[in-house]
Write a protein that binds this ligand. Sequence first.
Ligand code: SF4
Length: 242
Amino acid sequence: MTQQIERTLKALKANRFGAQFAPSAAAARALILDMIPQNASVGIGDSVTLRQIGMLEALIKRGNNVINPFTLELTIGMSEDPAKHRLFKETTRKTFGTDVFLTGSNAVTEDGKIVNIDRAGNRVAGIIYGADVVILVIGRNKIVKDADEAVKRIKGVIAPAHAGWKKSRTPCAAGSECTDCASVDRMCNITVILEKRPINTDVNVILIDEDLGLGWDPDWDEKRVRAIESNYRKNTWSFKKE
Ligand code: SF4
C-alpha cells in the first residue's frame, strides 16, 4: 500500500467513514460481497468502476435483488421518449429504498473527504440519505490532496473528458477550459462534499490499488492517462450505444 493510500484511509476513518483497502479489483469484489448480505436489495448509482470490477454480475449471480437504472434498455433514447424517461426516473428513485446503495465517486481526498459533482443528482442523493448502508468503490487514481483539488480535477479533467466523449454542448467538450457554463448539457449541476459521515448513513469507502473509472492528474505520464481513458471507454454505457 502506498503512503498516499494509507494516509487517505486513515483520514477517512478519522472522519467516521468506513474505509477499507483492496489490493485488486478481485479483492474488492470479494470484500463487497462479504459486506452485503445475500438477501439484501442493492441500488446502483451509475459507476464505470463498478462495471470494471464486475460487481453487478457478481451480485446478480449470487442472487441479490439489484436495482440498476443504468442499463442500455432504460437509457437509450430516453431523452426523446417521455415514457422511457419516466420509467428511468421511477427506477432511479427505487434505488433510494434499497438496503444498500452501491456506486463510485469522482474524488477522495487525502484529508478524508469524498467529493462528487452530478448532473442529475441521483448519485449524491443516494449517497447522502437513502439506503442505510452505502458502499463507494474508488480507484487509487481518484485520490487528490483536498476538496479544492477535487473540484479542480473534476471540472478540469473529468467533466471535460466525459462531455467531449458524449458530444455534449458545453464549452469544455469543445476543448475550452471550464467557463462555469450555462449549457443545457452542463455536467456540473450539484457539488457535494462529504466532510464527515452523515449521521444516519453508514458510508463505506473501498479504496482499490488500481486505476479505475475516470480521473487523472494532467502531469501523470501519458501512457497511464491513455490506459485510464481507454479502460473507461470500454466500460461506459455512453459508448455502448454508439
Ligand atoms: S461547468 Fe460546464 S464548462 Fe465547466 S466543466 Fe462543467 S460542463 Fe464543463
